[in-house]
Design a protein around this ligand. Sequence first.
Ligand code: UD1
Length: 419
Amino acid sequence: MGKYIIKGGNKLSGEVFVSGAKNAVLPILASTVLNGGICILKNVPMLLDTFVAIDILKDLGCEVSYRENTVVVNSKNMNKTDVKEDLVKKMRSSIIFLGAIISRFKQASISYPGGCNLGKRPIDFHLDAFEKIGIKIEDDKNIIKATVDSIKENIIVLPFASVGATQNIILASIFVKGKIVIKNCAKEPEIIDMVRFLRKMGAKIYGEGTHIITIEGVEKLNDIVEYTIMPDRIEAGTFLCMSAITNGDVTVKGIIPQYLTALLDILNQIGCNIQIYKDSIKIKNKDVLKPIDFLETKPYPYFPTDLQPQIMALLATICGTSIIKENIFEARNKHISELNKLGCNIIEDSATFIINGKNNLYGKNVFAKDLRGGASLIMAGLVAQGETIVQGGCYIDRGYENIDKKLSLLGANIKGLKD
Ligand code: UD1
């Protein structure tokens, strides 16, 4: 969508089903090149980023077809090992293709993903680890050229539990002769999902969800794999925050509640009534919501950076002062000036944000500058007086499938316009 137009004031109520997880499907789509066979992926969210990953696969020579939320990739005739620069520029996480391609073809090249809306986002951990397992990395006019004779055993200790680096190292290690151990790896649920997919493909990986992952090399993978992508915990968390901001009564369905513990703790503290079921969560505010002293983003299982803008929009409408510290991305602050245009009072002190909550926002024309920041603007629009126009809807479509339709079904007055 080009933009979303929201008329604020409606309480959300009813049930909403979340889609498959964006941050799981993208590395899994990259992993489909590994087996040189067929991968059938179900519960795929058909997001802008999913289509970029599909375009990369097609450009590499894979056959890809999709119908509703099922994507079938056949990588048998894949005949290219360089990922097209314009596609890499569209989606930073395409760097994960490097590990998958080098694993199968012993060579791969990709341009540096460069900076993005969230700041520098370097890939030094990925490349340092690749060198430690025998991959030669050359920098040819801003293109990374990776080659290897055979992947070598090693123990890699990551300086920081990076999600992308953990995924890339796992993918590069699938055919190692012996084993590779990654210490201080990321524990995010989306890594668990990628490992489960790879295990179905025949890979031998242990320890996902802990700080140490071990990959034992295999010689061959299965020709056909079928896998269902996990539900999106960030989309689920966004709907919970959206319900709370509108003083609504919403059940978020088709989810894994345990992956949302850090957010649920905060929602409980501010006064939401939360009922947790096997695969759904019902949320309703108890009384008037209260601010929170301090909240900081950290790797899983702590509060996710991907929910920072949404919890900020919620806190900005709760009277009193709340403080948030962003520890993962230096430039995850672009939503703040836009939220302030809608009447919020948020002050930035480098990576610490002081939120002076108030309950009278008013509709304006604002700009989404990244995905989750865009979601926070829609949230503010849900309670702002009058009409809020969120431009830059394409950012929001990178991570939310049919957000306007889902919110309309919950009672919101929202319209997505193509331009
Ligand atoms: C990050 C988030 C992930 C989120 C995703 C999409 C964390 C830990 N990671 O994953 O939850 O779903 O964005 O928004 O919350 N870094 C380096 N060198 C590297 C790699 C990373 O310095 O080679 C730094 C980054 O600048 C950042 C931190 O490490 O400050 C975490 O980065 P990483 O987890 O790799 O980012 P993503 O994989 O994009």
